[in-house]
Design a protein around this ligand. Sequence first.
Ligand SMILES: C[S@@+](CC[C@H](N)C(=O)[O-])C[C@H]1O[C@@H](n2cnc3c(N)ncnc32)[C@H](O)[C@@H]1O
Length: 341
Amino acid sequence: MSAPLADMRRLAEMADYIVPFAVRVVGDFKIADEFAEGPRRATDVAAALGLHSGAVERVLRALSVKEIFAEVEPGVFALTPMAEFMRSDHPHSLQGTFPLMPDDVQAWAHTAHSIRTGRTGFEHVHGAEYYDYFVDFPEECARFDRSVQTLHVLMVRTLLPAYDWGSLETLVDVGSGNGAFTAELLARYPNIRATLFDLPHVIGRAREELTKAGVADRAETVGGDFFERVPPGADAYLLKTILHDWDDTRARRIVEVVGRAMAPHSRIVVLEAVPLPGDAYDIGKVMDIKQLVLFGGHARTEEEFAELFAAGGIRLNRVIRTPTLVIVEGVPEGAAEGGRA
Ligand SMILES: C[S@@+](CC[C@H](N)C(=O)[O-])C[C@H]1O[C@@H](n2cnc3c(N)ncnc32)[C@H](O)[C@@H]1O
């Protein structure tokens, strides 16, 4: 194919949302699990799952073009290395990572509103901000929570070796979700005690994760609002993928609340994307559009973090890049100078 045609095809394939939707239904219906023992007829899989046989075959065929499945003979499909990650029993399973959430999709349908106004499509269509809206939809809220947590194996693998977690004795996980990351942290470092802090209707799910990891005796769960207060005096305040959800006014408010809770020896440890300048590859730059359309926040550069921290009396101390998220550490202003990694 000539270069311009190849570019046209690439653009057309990237621009269409057929594949993202197809991948999401495959995940939601756990279709990849049906192929764990080897190739199978799409019609048999559809019958086993109570789905429409022609539709399942068409979805699998479409995804085979993208090497997510392979059509090994007409109507018979097999997993590819990519599809293996869609199995729910894979140790690094992404089966629940991309749920098809109709409320999100409705917000994406109003991306034009976001581009015109800088405000979320989510609030435009649902009349409420993301986290407020899901209070009334616990099942969807749990699916969202799970989608965030499914990436935690990858996060744990990259973020645990990159920071001196072992030097901490107490940690508050601010906006912990179901707390899978901190549960793993506690399992790895027996000297740490943690408080998991999230909205009252969310925090209930954290106990289960802590018990599963065998660390429930070193963690407490607290329901509350991080715009009001967080538990005081911990060695570290962990904010994993929190600040990017909020505009500058509200992010500043969270940092002020954390700043007030910090003791002179405390640190704030933010884990999220920090885009690199220029057009270097950085998934954070892509995810930033999700912040624009769904949450109303944005990704921040190192300079923007320094400014944000300053609002809470915190000095940006170190920025550590890992293959997944970036670790941004801050200490109370006036604390001893630290090295930049
Ligand atoms: C993107 S999730 C991140 C969860 C977790 N830190 C992680 O990375 O897996 C954002 C979390 O912030 C919580 N959250 C939102 N508003 C909050 C508030 N006002 N007070 C406390 N937690 C809040 C949500 O319930 C959600 O669990």
